[in-house]
Design a protein around this ligand. Structure first.
Ligand code: NAP
Length: 247
């Protein structure tokens, strides 16, 4: 139980990668705040499963774009489980569109949820982490944020931005006992990639040296390492979990 006594907040913790990370954090002994925005049933399921396994968790409905609501969410988690020491910025959306057809609103939605949402959450937990002289910030970026990808300019820009944000936070918090790292998953089997055409899946698979897509638990295991004391001397880094797509 390497994370016993810690409190974590996982944005988008109701489904997919966020859910796997929340479950793994709970298994490691952390109390976990599960953020979601739409799917209350999925969030409640995740909380129930953690409870049944003897852990503790609360679900909080908040749009991570909303600075005030995020501050309230962090206060709610603090009141229920204690100050957040581990923040996993995982909430994200992907919308495929060619640049020349993408509306300003479509651009803003993707950049705001992925990138601005990570900023609002870091801002909301930063003081508690600095006060405690302990913190782990883990931003879920993407291989696409490193290599680029056609038809996904908003997503690629947001995920590349998250890498910049990670490095800025790592430098800014370095003397306060707070580390910030990013994970760059490749293709992971979740709802997010269900919309991909067979042709796109096949093209992506060709780029994976290990020959198969990843599972949410592959990302969760990396997140647990970055959340633990074992990664205490690692900050400002991007850890690829992608079957070798980016090397
Ligand atoms: P997913 O299954 O679609 O789940 C997305 C999660 O984000 C859900 O919990 C959703 O909440 C939450 N969310 C969406 N908009 C939100 C908002 N405005 N405020 C708060 N929560 C919000 O996605 P996933 O595949 O697990 O992806 C998780 C992260 O990994 C994302 O950042 C994604 O970009 C990144 N990633 C995924 C892949 C992949 O292949 N799957 C690859 C690289 C990176 P609700 O349940 O309430 O809708």
């Amino acid at each position: 139980m390497t994370l016993a006594g810690r409190t974590a907040l996982v944005t988008g913790g109701s489904r997919g990668i966020g859910r796997a990370i929340a479950m793994a954090l709970a298994r490691a002994g952390a109390a976990v705040g599960i953020n979601y925005v739409n799917d209350a049933d999925a969030a409640a399921d995740t909380v129930r499963e953690i409870d049944e396994a003897g852990g503790s968790a609360v679900a909080v409905r908040t749009d991570v774009r909303d600075t005030e609501a995020v501050a309230k969410m962090v206060a709610e988690v603090r009141a229920a489980l204690g100050p957040v020491g581990i923040l996993v910025n995982n909430a994200g959306v992907l919308r495929d569109k060619p640049i020349t057809f993408m509306s300003d609103q479509e651009w803003d939605d993707v950049v705001d949820i992925n990138l601005r949402g990570a900023f609002t959450c870091i801002k909301a937990v930063g003081r508690d982490m600095m006060r405690a002289r302990y913190g782990r910030i883990i931003n879920i970026s993407s291989a696409a944020g490193i290599t680029g990808d056609a038809m996904r300019a908003s997503y690629v820009a947001a995920k590349a931005g998250m890498i910049g944000l990670t490095k800025a936070a790592a430098r800014e918090f370095a003397t306060s006992g707070v580390t910030a790292n990013a994970i760059a998953p490749g293709v992971i089997e979740t709802d997010m990639i269900k919309a991909l055409s067979d042709a796109k899946r096949a093209a992506l698979l060709e780029r994976v040296p290990l020959g198969h897509f990843g599972e949410p638990d592959d990302v969760a295991r990396a997140a647990i390492f970055l959340a633990s004391d074992r990664s205490g001397y690692i900050t400002g880094q991007v850890l690829s979990v992608d079957g070798g797509m980016v090397m």
